[in-house]
Write a protein that binds this ligand. Structure first.
Ligand code: ATP
Ligand code: MG
Length: 413
């Protein structure tokens, strides 16, 4: 069976008309300037797989910024340019399109960012990670829709194989190891046997990758529908210990990630808290610095770790609400929820729920202002009275403003 090598009808069916119109116009404009223009990478892969993906990456043989400047009038949107890399981004309505100038890359040393110079489409495809990501579609009118597939990406899609383009690929850039596992689990593909051997051989190269780049890959994984599958596979292949030797991608993690998806918190943060949950305080700090986690995420991990040591107290069925409040107050929601999910005590879980649903919203009716009107001067004593009011409210000892006023009168005596 001969394969259709013109994908214009697939593009028409699977992509929104607005994007298809844009690409046709862009192809015309590029051709008018004697430049070539291609749709490349993930979106081509997903077109052939019938998966929806509207993140268009366009490659220009020529000058991406110049072309983008001509196209911005068509979209009536916004343009962002990066002259250093000669790339541009066009954004309008809900669409965002990346235009890059075709380039060739050379790696001065493993793991370093490559040095980049302008090149042909062929150069540009050769620097990519897996054959299934190295296909392109022509957009200039004379050959609109024609598939370019120099590395057999389409055959690999059919065989469900992830295959690198050459045997130094993971050495040049070991983040491709993580990318490979991510695609493997997302698409339910396999690493082609030679690629798998190379991957295993080059696992030590992960040590050459900066914290920022590793964190980025992990963030991508945590945005997948089932990140636990990637982490499980990473454990199996001994890739996970490169993130931190004490991390586990096991059944526990799978179960907790599954439960996390029922929460309405931002998932990447909660996943991260669960992934790091079983680390000691010291290991947790190692992970935070290895990944150069941003402040807020680092705080979530520290909160999670510190709250863990309070779970035992929270498992006491006799706890007064004010005590529950004090045990949980000040911790980030993701940290509290991670501990809720990780706890094996139904009592502790119940207490956490009471805190999240009710206690954290309880406040006394009287404010410092009110107390001042009652003749109490601002200062430590006022603070103490406010605390006592708060506690009494939490424990249901007072239930009205009037009750609070009586309590204050009583305290003054
Ligand atoms: P996703 O669906 O996860 O976004 P994608 O294929 O669009 O997948 P991106 O990370 O958006 O992936 O990157 C776009 C393209 O750039 C990829 O298809 C791939 O060809 C190339 N690419 C990205 N990262 C690398 C890398 N580390 N090494 C080589 N090529 C890469
Ligand atoms: Mg993408």
């Amino acid at each position: 069976m001969t394969k259709i090598t013109n994908l214009s009808s697939e593009m028409g069916k699977q992509l929104p008309a607005e994007l298809v119109d844009f690409m046709r116009r862009a192809g015309e404009v590029a051709a008018g300037q004697g430049q070539s223009l291609y749709l490349v990478g993930g979106v081509v892969r997903d077109l052939l797989l019938g998966r929806s993906n509207f993140d268009l990456d366009l490659v220009v043989e020529g000058d991406a910024i110049n072309l983008a400047q001509q196209l911005v009038d068509i979209t009536h949107g916004k343009i962002t340019t990066h002259p250093r890399f000669n790339t541009a981004k066009l954004q309008w309505n809900k669409w965002s399109i990346d235009l890059t100038t075709a380039r060739s890359e050379t790696y001065a040393q493993p793991g370093a960012l490559p040095s980049v110079k302008p090149g042909s489409l062929a150069n540009d495809l050769f620097r990519r990670d897996f054959t299934i990501n190295t296909m392109a579609i022509e957009l200039v009118p004379s050959s609109y829709g024609r598939l370019i597939d120099p590395y057999g990406g389409r055959d690999d899609l059919e065989r469900k194989f992830l295959r690198v383009l050459h045997e130094r690929s993971f050495i040049d850039d070991a983040t491709r190891i993580w990318r490979g596992l991510r695609y493997e689990q997302r698409l339910d593909f396999q690493l082609e046997p030679d690629t798998l051997q190379l991957l295993k051989r080059d696992i030590p190269m992960l040590d050459t990758i900066s914290g920022d780049r590793i964190r980025y890959e992990l963030e991508c994984i945590l945005r997948e529908e089932h990140p636990e599958k990637v982490l499980r596979r990473a454990e199996e292949l001994k890739v996970l210990p490169k993130l931190h030797p004490a991390l586990k991608g096991d059944g526990w993690l799978t179960e907790k990630f599954g439960q996390a998806r029922f929460s309405n918190l931002p998932l990447p943060g909660l996943y991260m808290a669960l992934l790091a949950y079983r680390l000691t305080t010291e290991e947790n700090e190692d992970l935070i610095s290895r990944l150069r986690l941003p402040k807020s995420l680092a705080q979530t991990l520290r909160d999670t770790n510190s709250l863990k040591s309070r779970l035992e107290s929270l498992a006491d069925p006799e706890l007064a609400p004010s005590r529950i409040y004090r045990l949980l107050y000040g911790y980030s929601q993701s940290a509290i929820t991670a501990n809720y999910l990780a706890s094996s005590s139904p009592v502790a879980q119940q207490h956490i729920q009471t805190f999240l649903n009710k206690l954290r919203y309880v406040k006394p009716s009287l404010t410092g202002n009110d107390l001042q009107k009652m003749g109490i001067a601002p200062g430590p004593r006022m603070k103490e009275i406010l605390n006592l009011l708060h506690e009494a409210r939490l424990d249901g000892k007072v239930t009205s403003k009037k009750g609070e006023e009586e309590m204050v009168e009583g305290l003054r005596k």
